[in-house]
Design a protein around this ligand. Structure first.
Ligand code: 5GP
Length: 115
């Protein structure tokens, strides 16, 4: 963990506004500020771990439970047909925020895009 709070820690602390859609003691989820599709959501551990491999097992389980719960709810909310669910794990993979986050990107038949 770094000493400087990440953007996502600041969102969890209420210091940066975001549309929070889910929260437990250990996990939060909020809408992405630059959505790839309606309903694009980020699921994060409340504490900042930069990479997946740094997550304690119990926190990883909490994050995944949130992803499993939220994915069908988000699809239903935006009337999506499917979702891309994924993690950019490390800067070379496109990770911009050094705080583990799972993207849930709703997809629609014929949308033709890639996340
Ligand atoms: P990455 O490229 O690290 O996997 O994705 C970072 C994501 O965080 C991007 O989709 C970006 O739009 C989103 N993001 C960056 N800053 C903020 C912010 O301040 N608020 C919210 N809600 N999303 C953000």
């Amino acid at each position: 963990m770094s000493d400087d709070p990440t953007i996502f820690e600041q969102i969890v602390a209420g210091e940066i506004p975001a549309r929070i859609v889910y929260e437990t003691d250990t996990v939060a989820a909020f809408l992405d500020a630059n959505p790839l599709a309606p309903g694009h959501t980020l699921v994060v551990p409340k504490d900042a771990y930069e990479r997946l491999g740094e997550l304690p097992d119990e926190i990883a389980a909490d994050v995944w439970a949130a992803v499993q719960e939220l994915t069908p709810r988000i699809e239903s909310a935006v009337d999506a047909d499917a979702s891309n669910v994924g993690v950019n794990n490390g800067s070379a993979a496109g990770q911009e925020v050094p705080h583990v986050h799972v993207h849930i990107v709703p997809r629609f038949e014929g949308d033709g895009g890639r996340p």
